[in-house]
Design a protein around this ligand. Structure first.
Ligand SMILES: [Fe+2]
Length: 253
């Protein structure tokens, strides 16, 4: 069961319209016949099986945050460049000695003996142990899954103090015709949600929140990467007030 303090119950509101997946609908997509979204399987997420929460995860969160804020090697995404990801990011977030206890915990929680990152294709970067800074107006919720090719588990550590709880992470399921609810994860052989649905673009309101984890400074949230998820919302106009998160991706066995 989810601790009430940690996870609020379902909110079941349609996701804000325009950029539900990775971009705006193209004019061509609006000319096509109505899109029938394939129905995915559903498994209600359970803490300890599908998602995991560790509060006060870092012994030195303010030090980590200050070190990240002082970075000068940020890569910029939307709206600064034509990218599918928002805000700015830099690697690494944690030092090896800060990451080690987290990976020990991940192994313990998941039963995996070994964690690793898959080599990426030439020119691609896996944003493991990456700090991301995203502000208001730079993005909204974008339900997606993380690539099965890249990872089995994904995690985020929230690193901006005193952000509203609804800047956390939400998990979604499909909203089908007739207000029926569909699935919440992408099964093999599909690598991600886009592949499973056969399109980057889905109609507004195609996903509803199933449950959400509140943003809380120095909270780690780990989840099965094939669950449909998203940051709920972003706030802040300056680097000091934007939503900072360190993100991690692991294969595990
Ligand atoms: Fe993700």
């Amino acid at each position: 069961m989810f601790a009430r303090k940690q996870v609020n119950a379902a909110h079941k509101k349609p996701v804000a319209a325009t950029r539900s997946l990775l971009g705006k609908p193209s004019p061509m997509s609006m000319l096509r016949a109505p899109y029938q979204m394939p129905t995915l399987p559903y498994r209600r997420p359970q803490q300890g099986r599908d998602l995991w929460i560790w509060d006060d995860v870092l012994p030195n969160p303010l030090e980590v945050r200050a070190r990240c804020l002082a970075k000068s090697d940020w890569t910029y995404g939307f709206p600064y460049r034509d990218e599918g990801w928002p805000g700015m990011r830099a690697i690494p977030a944690l030092l090896p000695e800060e990451l080690a206890p987290i990976e020990a915990w991940v192994k313990k929680q998941t039963g995996c003996q070994r964690l690793w990152q898959q080599p990426t294709a030439t020119g691609m970067t896996l944003n493991h142990n990456c700090v991301q800074l995203v502000g208001a107006d730079e993005a909204d919720a974008r339900p997606h899954t993380d690539s099965r090719t890249n990872c089995r588990f994904a995690a985020v550590i929230y690193l901006t103090p005193e952000l509203p709880p609804d800047c956390g992470t939400a998990f979604y399921r499909q909203r089908l015709a007739g207000a029926k609810l569909g699935g919440n994860f992408v099964p093999p052989p599909h690598a991600n949600l886009q592949a499973a649905l056969g399109t980057r673009f889905v109609p507004p309101g195609s996903f509803v929140e199933d449950l959400r984890v509140d943003y809380r400074f120095n909270r780690l949230v780990m989840y099965r990467a094939d669950l449909i998820h998203s940051a709920i919302r972003y706030v802040g106009k300056t680097n000091e007030t934007k939503r900072m998160a360190a993100v991690f991706f692991w294969h595990g066995q």
